[in-house]
Ligand binder design. Structure first.
Ligand code: HEC
Ligand code: HEC
Length: 276
């Protein structure tokens, strides 16, 4: 599979004599799963991959195409104002370790309780894809105005009380403890893409959220070709316009490579038959 690469160099095995090589298991552990194009020595290609990751991971979906921030819940004042920050301004005060803590652990540098950002899904982003994302973010120039702090409305408080979601630290913990079924190495890329790109809305093990998203078992009612169409154009099988799903597919999943899209389609179809 193209998405799987054995990192011999990292293992220090690259220059080793065949005869000295200890058997197999070492390499098996070092298989790095990445989106296509993460492993490159060309700095421009790395930045381009990082820009695609910013779309794939929803950074631009929530923070706006130019990353200058927006109120993600503008259409639902009862929920509150989930003001996704102006990333271009915030970045200057984040060094690389602090940025990693924010993005993959859900902990901002001022230590405040942090909400709504999809750190629960981003925690699964591998080091290569993450390095590309940061390489891209570091090219973005500061622009625009700061966003006001988030405001929690009654709908927000109700969902939190119902246990539907929590702050980013709680969500990271929750998603770590309950992950999409592991169907082995042949499905590793598909599962990785689902964990980093679908769990944000379809929940930790792809079981869906009540009144929001279906369990991705619904993939069983789609043919592989129909699922491929959904993840390319956003067009559903029965209901053509699936609202947020259609928008997300157009802005994000249209950017999957054919190899990545096939991997996630095959994984979701196989997951339907997992042992319960
Ligand atoms: C689901 C929406 C969502 C997604 C996806 C998302 N963010 Fe955020 N982000 C937010 C919100 C909301 C805040 C403000 C949260 C708060 O103040 O509690 C925020 C805050 C931030 C901040 C400012 C931190 C600070 O100290 O104020 C940065 C930087 C940031 N996000 C970067 C990113 C990057 C990079 C990605 C993609 C990997 C990303 N975000 C994905 C919603 C999102
Ligand atoms: C930003 C949120 C969001 C993300 C991310 C997301 N989805 Fe969805 N998805 C939705 C919503 C909302 C629905 C329900 C749409 C409806 O029924 O109107 C949905 C529905 C679906 C459906 C059912 C379509 C139907 O015919 O009822 C499938 C299949 C699906 N999503 C697959 C995926 C896959 C695969 C991924 C990751 C590659 C993904 N989604 C990521 C929000 C999202």
């Amino acid at each position: 599979m193209r998405g799987m690469m054995v990192l011999l160099a990292l293992a220090g095995l690259a220059g080793c004599d065949q005869a000295e090589r200890k058997p197999s298991t070492i390499e098996a552990k070092l298989v790095a799963i990445t989106y296509d194009g993460a492993i490159t020595k060309d700095p421009a290609a790395l930045v381009a991959h990082g820009e695609r990751m910013a779309a794939m991971l929803g950074c631009t979906g929530c923070h706006g195409k130019n990353l200058q921030g927006q109120n993600v819940t503008d259409g639902d004042p009862n929920f509150g104002d989930m003001n996704a920050s102006n990333v271009t301004l915030a970045l200057a005060s984040y060094d690389d370790p602090a940025l990693d803590k924010l993005i993959r652990h859900g902990v901002p540098k001022d230590g405040r309780e942090f909400w709504f950002m999809a750190a629960e899904s981003h925690q699964f982003v591998g080091d290569q894809d993450y390095a590309a994302l940061v390489a891209y973010l570091r090219t973005v120039k500061p622009a625009g105005k700061p966003m006001p702090p988030i405001r929690n409305g009654p709908g927000f408080e109700r969902d939190v009380a119902a246990g539907l979601f929590g702050n980013t630290i709680e969500m990271v913990r929750r998603f770590k403890a309950s992950q999409p079924t592991d169907l082995g190495p042949t499905h590793a890329l598909g599962r990785y893409i689902a964990m980093t790109s679908c769990t944000e809305c379809h929940n930790s093990a792809l079981q869906g959220y009540p009144d929001f998203t279906p369990d991705l078992d619904i993939a069983g009612s789609y043919s592989a070709a129909e699922l491929t169409t959904l993840l390319t154009t956003g067009e559903g099988k029965v209901k053509k316009d699936l609202g947020l799903m259609t928008q997300t597919a157009k802005h994000r999943f249209a950017k999957l490579t054919p190899n990545e899209r096939a991997a996630v389609v095959v994984y979701l179809k196989a997951r339907v038959d997992r042992p319960q």
